[in-house]
Design a protein around this ligand. Structure first.
Ligand code: SF4
Ligand code: SF4
Length: 411
């Protein structure tokens, strides 16, 4: 039996890794073709099977700790496509999260100062919301031309919790009761998507509460390998666990995946689009025009939350002519913070998916998905020259919204 990968975890955020997990890989190789880093490099060590082998060899003492294992560990996007492809049910994500945390804790991986600062900020949502106030104002004015910052008009001062309480008192829906996770970056920079989520849910007779004492789901710390996950998970259990609700609803697939693990066995965590698919959303009536919507599927929705697709009833309800983007289930390269830590890899992965936009039909052409980090990544394709013609990005929930969105304003 092999020794644990992490003999001395610095943050006791999970039980020591079961050494048998590393032995569960039967080396069949069925995961290789779905792995974006293997597709890019053709390097066995840059594949799920290769990484698992390196970690196991090291854990068994047959391989010394070396910089190549550190390198190949850092190359993983964390997309979890290998989990879906694996016939042996190897829990790659759980193993990878453990190894990544161990590498950061022992200095083998060194997240940048920017990411370390952000990790502290996301744990303090009130401070983060104030810190991002100028960014919200600049974004609304169209004056924040960062490659990851797509167009939108977030409220500068009104929070999603305040907005939801106001709209609930006016509309008084009587249907299922949900709590909305507002998220850290979503609320501080992209809160117009939260507002649209509230509107669409209430329009569909869903009661929405937005707990004001909620915090970050912990996904940022998981993506970076930094400490702090345990406290955030405890906060989420304390805030959402006792609520009298049918589900916690999320509108960012990475956050939903992280929160789902935290609240497992207590309250259901549902992606908002999947939730709406169950109740059948109100269909938008739109005049026929040249708009074409291409839908991409976030990895953490498909492989993390195991939601195989966005319900067709939901996509039809947008009123737009839509189709799935080519290779919609493949990773776009965003990977939480991968596009910050490994920008060249992330762009190379995106390039394979985004090329179709150069010739896609539609005026305007909209790329829609269900994760703000994926939206940021897709937006960057235009800024870095991968896509050389105009296109827009949008969360699917915005396409269901009754209020004129920035998309409508741009059409
Ligand atoms: S998580 Fe994604 S990038 Fe990492 S090994 Fe699995 S398929 Fe490859
Ligand atoms: S598909 Fe699963 S069992 Fe097969 S090589 Fe990949 S991780 Fe190992």
């Amino acid at each position: 039996m092999s020794a644990p990968v992490n003999a001395a975890p610095v943050e006791n955020r999970c039980a020591p890794l079961d050494p048998d997990l590393l032995s569960s890989c039967v080396h069949c190789g069925l995961c290789l073709e779905v792995c974006p880093t293997y597709q890019l490099t053709g390097d066995e060590n840059n594949s799920p099977r290769g990484r698992l082998r390196l970690w196991r060899e090291e854990a068994d003492g047959r391989l010394p700790r070396d910089e190549w294992t550190d390198f190949y560990t850092s190359e993983c996007v964390g997309c979890l496509a290998c989990e879906s492809a694996c016939p042996a049910n190897v829990p790659y994500g759980k193993i990878f999260e453990h190894v990544r945390h161990e590498h950061v804790a022992t200095g083998r991986a060194k997240p940048s100062l920017l990411l370390r600062g952000m990790a502290k900020l996301v744990a303090r949502p009130a401070l983060m919301n104030w810190a991002f106030l100028p960014a919200r104002v600049l974004r609304t004015a169209g004056l924040l031309p960062h490659r990851f910052v797509f167009a939108g008009q977030p409220s500068a001062t009104q929070s999603t919790a305040e907005y939801a309480a106001w709209l609930m008192s006016r509309r008084q829906p009587t249907g299922p009761r949900v709590a909305l996770l507002t998220g850290c970056l979503m609320e501080s920079l992209f809160r117009e998507i939260n507002f649209a989520t509230v509107r669409v849910l209430i329009e569909n007779n869903v009661q929405v509460i937005v707990p004001r004492d909620q915090g970050c789901c912990g996904a940022f710390q998981e993506h970076t390998g930094l400490d702090g996950v345990v406290a955030l998970q405890e906060q989420s259990r304390r805030v959402f666990g006792p609520l009298d609700i049918d589900a916690v609803v999320t509108n960012s697939s990475g956050c939903g995946h992280a929160l789902g693990k935290t609240l497992k066995g207590t309250v259901p965590v549902r992606d908002v689009l999947s939730f709406l698919g169950d109740i059948g959303p109100t269909r938008r009536q739109r005049e026929p025009n040249g708009t074409r919507v291409y839908v991409d599927l976030p990895c953490h929705l498909v492989h993390g939350q195991k939601v195989p697709e966005i319900p067709r009833s939901v996509l039809d309800a947008t009123g737009y002519r839509w189709e799935y983007a080519p290779n919609a289930r493949d990773c776009c390269g965003s990977g939480g913070v991968y596009n910050i830590e490994k920008p060249e890899n992330a762009q190379a992965i995106l390039a394979r998916k985004a090329a179709f936009l150069n010739t896609a039909e539609g005026s305007p052409t909209i790329l829609a998905t269900a994760n703000h980090v994926c939206l940021m990544q897709w937006h960057s394709a235009g800024k870095t020259g991968l896509v050389k013609r105009p296109y827009q990005v949008a969360h699917v929930i915005q396409l269901l919204d009754s209020v004129a969105s920035p998309i409508d304003n741009r059409i």
